[in-house]
Ligand binder design. Structure first.
Ligand code: BGC
Length: 379
């Protein structure tokens, strides 16, 4: 049968509009809106990811920050489980790193000093006499560029940032991409990729504060926590590792089986005194480079369970000890001490000054990679 050119054109149009619709449906799982404007006029966009079970995650271009993550409790009630603010200004003024990507180096570097290939580098000092979380203007205080990705695993957004040579004292221009994907299995998958044009160090992490009750007027002391670790890196003053690995057995840092966080948090223990609670790095079992389950956080009240999987060597468990009610968060709630906790997947603190720790050097031609998954279910 012969078809007229008009018919062919219609057919092509119908086909392409069907294709556009399919794409449209896909990308509807990611809604892009404007979250706010920075003082200099730059717009900060927000991406809302929704999976097919109604779980949502919202992230903004400022700090590649997760601003909400809403997951079901055991009765199916969906509530936000991460601390944060209602407006951009909250994140601009924030000193607690709520929800942000931190780096270049997540965690502390002693006196901000390190050597690489015989060169000495001095980083910004922003935590007593040490360097913390990338410095004064770390990855959490810069504008990233977000793009919606087409990922068969689920709605996905990628944030990119170029960190210039010398930024906060770090050598080399680093290109970094962080991808958040919300799968239909209720996993938030976080993938990092970084490259450099000069030898440097790179150790970014995600700094969400979780409170699985969904009620941020409560503390996290009744959550239970399990960490797959037989040892931790003990610290001295200023939370700088001594360089040793200490067995957790017989200490309040033993989370090899699930324990209520509040049970031992105020024990008369030198490490807890130094951290004013838990603020330590656990030496994870298994092989760094392989994604494996490393922790399980459970809230008996709501039944929400969060498993943490990562390919990183370490996990910083910070029990929100320095929150003091000064930060007014979402719905005006003042975040009191220990109302949220962080489970930061990373290399050990102060690695550049501890050659016996798994190293974080990144050289031109190499690609830094990290995969971390927060998986939500109920019990
Ligand atoms: C650190 C804490 C620090 C906090 C800043 C955590 O990752 O372990 O010591 O106070 O970040 O909000």
């Amino acid at each position: 049968m012969k078809r007229s050119p008009a018919f062919c054109l219609l057919a092509i149009l119908a086909f392409s509009s069907a294709a556009a619709n399919t794409r449209g449906t896909d990308t509807q799982l990611v809604k892009t809106t404007v979250f706010g404007k920075l003082k200099d006029g730059r717009e900060v966009r927000q991406f809302t990811l929704t999976n097919n079970r109604g779980v949502t995650m919202q992230a903004i271009e400022y700090g590649a920050t997760i601003v909400s993550l809403s997951v079901p409790d055991r009765k199916g009630k969906i509530e936000d489980v991460v601390l944060g603010y209602d407006s951009l200004q909250g994140y601009v003024d924030d000193t607690s790193y709520f929800g942000a990507i931190v780096g270049r180096y997540g965690n502390r570097i002693r006196r901000g000093q390190f050597q690489l290939d015989g060169q000495r580098y001095s980083l910004t000092i922003n935590d007593g006499e040490n360097h913390l979380h990338g410095g004064r203007i770390g990855f959490n205080k810069v504008l990233w560029n977000g793009t919606v990705l087409d990922d068969p695993a689920g709605p996905s957004v990628q944030f990119r940032y170029v960190s210039k040579d010398g930024e906060e004292g770090y050598p080399g221009t680093v290109q970094i991409a962080v991808t958040y994907t919300l799968t239909d299995q209720n996993e938030l998958r976080i993938k990092y990729e970084g490259t450099t044009d000069k030898p440097t160090i790179l150790n970014p992490t995600q700094h969400s504060y979780f409170n699985l009750t969904g009620d941020f007027t409560r503390t996290i002391l009744d959550h239970t926590l399990m960490i797959e670790a037989d040892a931790f890196t003990p610290v001295s003053k200023g939370l700088i590792p001594t360089g040793e690995l200490q067995k957790v057995a017989g200490t309040p840092l033993d989370f090899r089986t699930a324990v209520r966080i509040g049970l031992r948090i105020d024990d008369a223990d030198e490490q807890l005194r130094l951290g004013q609670g838990y603020d330590h790095n656990w030496v994870l079992r298994g092989n760094p480079g392989q994604v494996r389950k490393v922790a399980e956080l459970y809230d008996p009240l709501s039944g929400r369970l969060m498993s943490v999987l990562t390919d990183q060597p370490g996990l910083q468990f910070y029990s929100g000890n320095f929150l003091n009610g000064a930060a007014k968060g979402k719905k005006g709630i003042a975040y009191q001490r220990r109302s949220g906790l962080c489970l930061e997947t990373q290399a050990y603190p102060d690695t550049p000054n501890n050659p016996q720790f798994p190293q974080v050097t990144l050289r031109p031609g190499q690609v830094y990679r990290q995969t971390t998954i927060y998986h939500f279910s109920t019990r």
